[in-house]
Design a protein around this ligand. Structure first.
Ligand code: AMP
Length: 307
């Protein structure tokens, strides 16, 4: 794969997980996942990324070796006594929404991220995790000013930590979330109205993922809609959202500058990475592709969407 432009232009905090997944195409136990794992693997096709997270002593060496395949800095991945965060979920034929069966926070409870960057990464992604932990990372990094901070969340935290979540949202440049979460968070059925409401709460950009229906992006009087890459074989949608965000932020960080035009292109890269991620369980498909496969699919996608 290509050599990244600059070391650690991007950092992510999120979960590193052991997942149990059921889709209409099969059941897999002990799949390597978590929001930060998918995000960092996807982002590191474009730039090097520092992963801030925690795992238990049970975290398998072979999972660590997977992250090491890409330029992912693991010096902020703490290993502590206890069990790694785990999630169990399933998808029915509508694979756009995951149904959670079990969430075991395990070592996430009591996790205290302490950041020691020699050179602070200018791009930060607060992936899906307890908003108090997202805030702790921002507390340590946001001054002096960062170039771009984006965040994600999910129903679990919207239900249980809404106030803390709104406080973090007020501090970021962009909010990335899926359609169901946008509706749940705002109480608005219409996604444009939901995005406008979220913008009023802080983020300049709102990026709404709609699974196989693509992405909507709202900025200040700016609007962009991108279809999804049409796939005839979606095996496991787990990690699609994190891979999308990873591709988007990885591309942006590799460019170094942020504008609405750059975000549009970055979203197209993110969509391509996500389209690969769902073609197999866990990180398996992403492990088999190269940056050139992403570029090739993007070229095809451009031809499919121009008229
Ligand atoms: P997604 O990209 O939205 O499909 O995210 C999938 C990943 O989210 C899985 O690998 C899970 O381990 C992780 N996950 C599930 N529940 C939570 C949670 N409450 N907080 C953080 N990560 C989670």
């Amino acid at each position: 794969m290509k050599t990244p432009r600059s070391p650690n232009s991007l950092a992510v905090i999120g979960t590193v997980a052991i997942d149990n997944i059921k889709t209409p195409f099969g059941v897999r136990e002990k799949v390597f996942g978590g929001s930060a794992a998918y995000f960092s693997y996807a982002a590191s096709f474009f730039t090097s990324v520092a992963l801030v997270g925690v795992v238990g002593k049970d975290f398998p060496d072979e999972y660590r070796a997977v992250l090491k395949e890409h330029p992912i800095d693991l010096s902020h991945l703490q290993v502590v006594e206890g069990k790694t965060f785990s999630w169990k979920g399933f998808y029915e034929h509508d694979m756009n929404s995951a149904k959670t069966l079990e969430t075991h926070l395990n070592v996430l409870t009591g996790f205290d991220p302490v950041l020691k960057f020699e050179n602070k990464p200018p791009f930060i992604f607060l992936a899906n995790i307890d908003p108090h932990l997202q805030a702790k990372v921002l507390d340590q990094l946001e001054k002096p000013r960062l170039k771009f901070v984006a965040m994600d969340t999910m129903n679990y935290w919207i239900d249980s930590q809404r106030d803390a979540l709104l406080k973090v949202m007020a501090r970021v440049d962009a909010m990335v979330l899926n359609d169901g979460e946008a509706r749940q968070l705002t109480g608005e059925a219409n996604l444009i109205k939901a995005a406008r409401k979220i913008r009023e709460w802080g983020p300049q950009y709102v990026i709404i993922k709609k699974g196989e229906h693509g992405v909507l992006i709202l900025g200040d009087n700016l609007f962009f809609a991108l279809p999804a890459y049409p796939l005839d074989g979606v095996f496991d949608p787990t990690g699609a959202g994190d891979s999308f965000a990873g591709g988007l932020m990885g591309y942006l960080a590799s460019q170094g500058e942020v504008s609405f035009e750059a975000i549009k292109k970055a979203a197209a890269y993110g969509s391509m990475v996500a389209s690969f991620a769902v073609e197999d369980f866990g990180l398996e498909k992403l492990r088999r592709i190269k940056r050139s496969d992403i570029e090739e699919r993007l070229d095809l996608f451009r031809k499919l969407s121009v008229f």
